[in-house]
Design a protein around this ligand. Structure first.
Ligand code: SF4
Length: 306
């Protein structure tokens, strides 16, 4: 058998591939830029939302229970993600991933000119008419949203495609949905460049298992992850915010007021951040929060309740 004079090095799934030499152009014309993948095989990555399930998955990957070495966090904006989530990722999740040879990569939405666009920035943009978040209509029903698709799904999709994922070479994307949330699995159709899987379901992990898994790595349990202004928050979450982070609560009230001032100028009905058809400050109890935890109102899987 003919032996390769220069056999390729062993190539684990996510090791970068050496760039191949490009052919010399025939004339003096400049060679065309070629789209190539730095990965040697199909990409395997986990969608990281920064909450319980994602962090448990990170620990399981570090412990060899899950086969993922790349975690992708679509950051909708440093001014939009809950500050406690960003602090947790900076102080705990990122150092832990690095210490275990796992890449925890933050991605953000970029405009054509290369600048970063944040969700809060889009909401507050002067003269903006679009409301990308699921504000509540007068009957309490959430309006159409584009935030998840624009700031998470497409952001991760763009990165996957830039790294070689495509219909012929789809990336495997792990989503951190636990057994108690099984109804959320398969709610979003896969794009042609990806194959979505649910590794926590395969392991039979429930949301309530996550704190134990996270603590087993000597990590603190992360806070719930979602944008601080998300209209999917339960009333108790707003109550917590009013009590514990009054400045953030005031900003949320200001955002709601700004949206409605614009809508009034266009002759449109008001919309709200809660389902109670009244301003946030009027419906959120200004008393001590109740001593129990809500399990929803989070965006942990990185796909926002889809
Ligand atoms: S947490 Fe809420 S506001 Fe933020 S991206 Fe997800 S659905 Fe949209």
């Amino acid at each position: 058998m003919h032996a390769d004079r220069h056999p390729p090095p062993a190539c684990p799934t996510q090791e970068p591939r050496r760039p191949r030499r490009q052919k010399q152009p025939h004339s003096g014309a400049r060679p065309k830029a070629r789209k190539s993948s730095p990965f040697c095989g199909p990409i395997r990555a986990f969608s990281f939302g920064g909450g319980w399930q994602s962090t448990a998955a990170l620990v399981l990957a570090a412990q060899g229970e899950l086969d993922y070495r790349t975690f992708l966090f679509a950051n909708v904006g440093d001014d939009s993600e809950h500050p406690a989530t960003l602090r947790y990722i900076r102080d705990h999740a990122a150092p832990y991933a690095a210490a275990h040879g796992i890449e925890l990569r933050q991605l953000s939405r970029t405009r054509r000119d290369g600048t970063t666009e944040t969700l809060y920035g889009r909401l507050m943009r002067e003269g903006s008419r679009s409301i990308p978040i699921p504000v509540r209509m007068s009957n309490g029903v959430p309006g159409t949203r584009s935030c998840t698709a624009d700031f998470k799904i497409r952001v991760i999709g763009r990165w996957l495609k830039a790294h070689g994922a495509g219909p012929a070479n789809p990336a495997t994307i792990g989503i951190g949905i636990s057994v108690d949330e099984i109804h959320r699995a398969n709610n979003r159709r896969s794009e042609p460049y990806e194959h979505i899987v649910y590794p926590l379901l395969d392991l039979g992990i429930r949301r309530t298992d996550c704190p134990r898994i996270i603590r087993s790595a000597d990590l603190p349990v992360p806070p719930k992850s979602a944008c601080w202004f998300c209209p999917f928050h339960r009333l108790t979450a707003w109550q917590d915010m009013r009590h514990d982070q009054p400045d953030l609560f005031t900003r949320a009230c200001h955002l709601e007021h700004t949206i409605n001032t614009r809508r009034a100028a266009l002759g449109k009905d008001p919309v709200y951040l809660t389902r109670y058809n009244a301003p946030l400050a009027d419906v959120t109890p200004d008393i001590d929060p109740l001593p129990f935890d809500e399990t929803d109102g989070t965006c942990d899987s990185g796909w926002c309740f889809t």
